[in-house]
Design a protein around this ligand. Structure first.
Ligand code: GLU
Length: 308
């Protein structure tokens, strides 16, 4: 398909799906997130030669939220190795809500790194080293995967989450009690809230997605950002656990590894083909962007992106 045809297809799909935002609701459990306009929508694709296709509100900035989870997972494996990471967190889907506490009872090792309990445990592993403090280590990694030296931080969303995070706090203290987290729990939580509050746009996330799709190499500048094996592992975890309690049906229907976040973004790498990212803040009752899921469904069909 030519570049122009792909742009037209993407534009068409976005225009067709944009009204489906009415079937969902913007997240409001973090009060600052509820201020967004529900009908924003964007899609970006980057192919493996580094060419990008951008439609809609692709440069609208939102907080990364749970899309940070696969990226910090990659970082933790790069910093500490697979064994140290998977000693604390498993790789099995839960079929439960992202912040559920149910499954931890009797099984304190979080099922996977895409749910909050697992992600908080992973974040707690990122420790100060010679290249800086834990916040700077995450920031520098995000700057690399977004190919963007000006990654900003949303103080308002960070504070809003920190003040209302009773569930995440209870997950983290439970994990500390069971020695999954060591060290200062409040410090780990603070870092987790901060990691979720970096501002990104759909192009930034598409760049990270393209790196994962291109086996860890940035298709735009050729740099190796993530080792190939880690990129493959992260894609696999996203395929089975990335779309909250819709991960199974999404994998069957769309067949693309993906991670969504409650601010409405989705990162969806298609191995050796495209880094895709979609955005629309109105969510279904599992927490996935309604417009984003619809765009991915249609793209998967039109471009035969289903991996199975
Ligand atoms: N910061 C959010 C939380 O921990 C992220 C949730 C999400 O995007 O799934 O509740």
């Amino acid at each position: 398909m030519s570049n122009t045809k792909l742009n037209i297809l993407l534009e068409d799909i976005l225009n067709n799906k944009i009204n489906s935002y009415k079937n969902g609701k913007v997240a409001n459990y973090i009060p600052a997130l509820s201020k967004v306009k529900p009908d924003l929508a964007a899609a970006v694709m980057i192919d493996m030669s580094g060419e990008s296709y951008k439609v809609g509100d692709w440069n609208y900035k939102y907080t990364i939220q749970s899309i940070s989870k696969p990226l910090v997972l990659a970082l933790a494996i790069m910093e500490l190795g697979e064994e140290a990471v998977f000693k604390r967190v498993g790789v099995e889907p839960t079929g439960e809500e992202f912040n559920s506490i149910n499954k931890l009872v009797g099984h304190p090792k979080p099922f996977n790194p895409m749910i909050n309990a697992g992600a908080i445990a992973i974040t707690s592993l990122i420790r100060e080293n010679k290249s800086g403090n834990s916040f700077d280590i995450i920031l520098k990694f995000f700057e690399k995967v977004f190919g963007n030296k000006d990654v900003e931080f949303d103080e308002e969303v960070y504070k809003s989450e920190k003040m209302t995070a009773d569930r995440n706090r209870s997950l983290a203290y439970f994990l500390k009690d069971h020695r999954i987290i060591s060290g200062d729990v409040e410090k780990s939580l603070d870092l987790y809230f901060k990691q979720c509050s970096f501002k990104v746009d759909t192009l930034d996330i598409a760049r990270a997605s393209a790196i994962l799709a291109n086996n860890g190499f940035d298709p735009i500048n050729g740099n190796e950002v993530i080792p190939e094996k880690v990129a493959s592992l992260v894609r696999s975890v996203m395929l089975t656990c990335g779309m909250y309690d819709r991960s199974g049906s999404f994998a069957i229907e769309v067949g693309i590894p993906a991670k969504s976040g409650v601010s409405g973004g989705i990162l969806a790498p298609v191995k050796n083909r495209f880094g895709i990212s979609v955005f629309g803040p109105s969510l279904d009752n599992s927490g996935n962007s309604v417009v984003g899921m619809n765009i991915l469904r249609k793209l998967s069909k039109e471009l035969s992106l289903h991996m199975i």
